[in-house]
Write a protein that binds this ligand. Structure first.
Ligand code: LER
Ligand code: MN
Length: 274
C-alpha cells in the first residue's frame, strides 16, 4: 500500500440500504467501508443527485460496474455507437466522482458476431471488434485518468473473456495504461485451476477485485478462504480497490456489516499492510 494509492475496500450500492445513492453512501460510511462501487444503471438514473453533492459526499466512489446494456461488443452499428456514447458519459461521470475505473464485460452470451469459419470464428471477430472499441475509448480514459477494467466472467455467463490469463493478454496486446483487468473471486473459483496463482500472474495489470463468495453470497457465506486471497494480494503489493459483490441477502442491514467485519478480519490475519 502506498500513500498516494491506498487500497480501498468498497461495497456495491445494491448491498446497502437507503432511499437514494447518497443515503446508501452514508450507510456504507457508517459501517466503515472506504468507498462504494456504483452500478451504472443507478448512476445513469440517479447520478445527477450525486454530481450535485460532489465535495460533500460521505465517502469515495471506487468504481462503476456496468450492466449487460453497456457491453460494447455488439454487431449492430447503431446499438454499438449508442453504447459507446453511454461509455463516454460514464467516463466523464467517473472522472467527476474521482472513481478509479469502470468495469467492462466486452460481451456475455451468446456470440453477437457471425461464425465465418474457416475465415474467422465469432470469437476472433469479437476480439478484433473489442480492440476497435478500446481504440475509441482508451485515449479519453487515459486523458481523464479513469481505468477501463476488463472483467472475465465464468463460462456460463460469457464466452469471449472467461479467464484472467485472457484478460492479461488483452491488456498486454492493447498496451494502454488505462486498460487493465479486474478479478472476481466468484468467477475465478469456477474458472481458474489455481486462483491465487492467477492473481499473482496478473499482478502488473490487476486494478480491482470483486469480493464474492463461491456461491455468489457475501464473503464469509461460502467456502472461499478470503484470508488467502488477501495474503496473495498483499504479497503482490496490490494497490487497487476491492468491492463486495453478491446477491443481496434478505438480512441486508446486518449481513453487509457482518461481511465487512469478516473481510477486515481476513485482512488482519493475512498480515498485509491494508
Ligand atoms: C457479473 O457476473 C459480474 O461479475 C459483474 O461484476 C459484471 O456485470
Ligand atoms: Mn463481478
Amino acid at each position: 500500500m502506498t500513500e498516494e494509492t491506498p487500497v480501498l475496500l468498497a461495497v456495491q450500492d445494491s448491498l446497502l440500504s437507503g432511499a437514494d445513492l447518497v443515503e446508501k453512501m452514508r450507510t456504507a460510511a457508517i459501517m466503515g467501508f472506504d468507498a462504494v462501487e456504483l452500478r451504472s444503471g443507478e448512476l445513469l438514473n440517479g447520478g445527477r443527485l450525486l454530481l450535485r453533492e460532489i465535495g460533500r459526499l460521505p465517502l469515495a466512489v471506487s468504481s462503476i460496474c456496468t450492466s449487460p446494456q453497456q457491453d460494447p461488443v455488439v454487431q449492430e452499428r447503431e446499438v454499438r455507437e449508442a453504447r459507446l456514447a453511454t461509455w463516454r458519459e460514464l467516463l466523464h461521470m467517473a472522472a467527476e466522482l474521482q472513481a478509479r475505473g469502470i468495469i467492462m464485460v466486452p460481451i456475455r452470451r451468446p456470440h453477437r458476431l457471425p461464425d465465418l469459419s474457416p475465415l474467422y470464428t465469432s470469437a476472433e471477430l469479437e476480439l478484433a471488434l473489442l480492440y476497435r472499441v478500446l481504440d475509441g475509448l482508451a485515449p479519453e480514459a487515459e486523458r481523464l485518468g479513469v481505468g477501463l477494467w476488463i472483467e472475465p466472467l465464468n463460462f456460463y455467463e460469457a464466452m469471449l473473456v472467461t479467464s484472467i490469463g485472457r484478460a492479461v493478454e488483452i491488456c498486454q496486446r492493447f498496451g494502454s495504461p488505462a486498460v487493465r483487468l479486474m478479478a472476481d473471486t466468484f468467477h475465478m473459483n469456477i474458472m481458474e485451476p489455481d486462483p491465487l496463482g492467477s492473481l499473482r500472474a496478473a499482478a502488473p495489470y490487476l486494478a480491482h477485485v470483486h469480493l464474492s463468495d463461491s456461491n455468489r453470497q457475501l464473503p464469509g457465506r461460502g467456502h472461499i478462504a478470503f484470508r488467502d486471497v488477501m495474503a496473495t494480494l498483499a504479497g503482490i503489493g496490490f494497490a487497487g480497490s476491492m468491492a463486495i459483490e453478491a446477491f443481496p441477502p434478505a438480512d441486508l442491514e446486518t449481513a453487509t456489516a457482518e461481511s465487512l467485519r469478516y473481510l477486515r478480519g481476513a485482512l488482519a490475519e493475512a498480515g498485509g499492510e491494508y
